[in-house]
Design a binder for this molecule. Sequence first.
Ligand code: SF4
Length: 261
Amino acid sequence: MRDLAAIAAAVVRCRRCPELRAYTAQVAREKKRAHRDCSYWGKPVPGFGDSHAGMVLVGLAPGAHGSNRTGRPFTGDASGDFLYPALYRAGFASAPVARDRNDGLVLADCYITAAARCAPPGNKPTPGELKNCFPYLLEEFDALDRIVVMVGLGAIGFNAVLRVLDRRGFAFGPPKPVFSHGAQYVARNDRRTISAIASFHPSRQNTNTGKLTVAMFDAIFTLAKEILARAGGADRPSADPVPSSAHPSSSPERLDSSGTR
Ligand code: SF4
């Protein structure tokens, strides 16, 4: 079994979806006007957080000019501007702001990952791309052996949570899980109990329209904290983030002229 650092290194090297790798490279090459002076990451984005996490967040995929630019989940875009303050208010993040992967932000009892790790066109990974990326989520689940609650951000993130639990032999009692903001379902196998929570994704589309409010999002993490506390979260070790060495430097793998690297 690989540890989180080894999984992260494998993710960054991954080329299972050539079209996505070409797209992320193209975005990194062309850039957005507002970020034209940035050196884009332009590769698959590995998970980020506390290796002893009791709570795992599963998002959709990197944003083209957010984490595809910065190399860290939810960092550098509007979704992160909504997520990290919520995590900070709930005590899961050391700061309410996430600017870049070297900003010193630390997560405690929280790990953030995604259903797909390459930015997809239109924020819509294909079923085949989600399938290609799923083994990494399973590996992270196995490496994070203290998980007691998983939060799916958006329907695709929540479905990924359900699939991971199913593949690891967890069963949900009735009713069958259905995506609905704030819904909580309890899964059990012969050794462990894990709660799955569904949340609207903190995308600009959801937060600007009021579909997801600050209060609604805070309630998700209040619920997660209650679950962690019942599971002995207060006795958990303090934050032990994946070391920065797990995020290979952006400098050795810059784009070549063809954009395919
Ligand atoms: S989406 Fe996942 S499986 Fe596909 S290339 Fe990126 S990291 Fe690899």
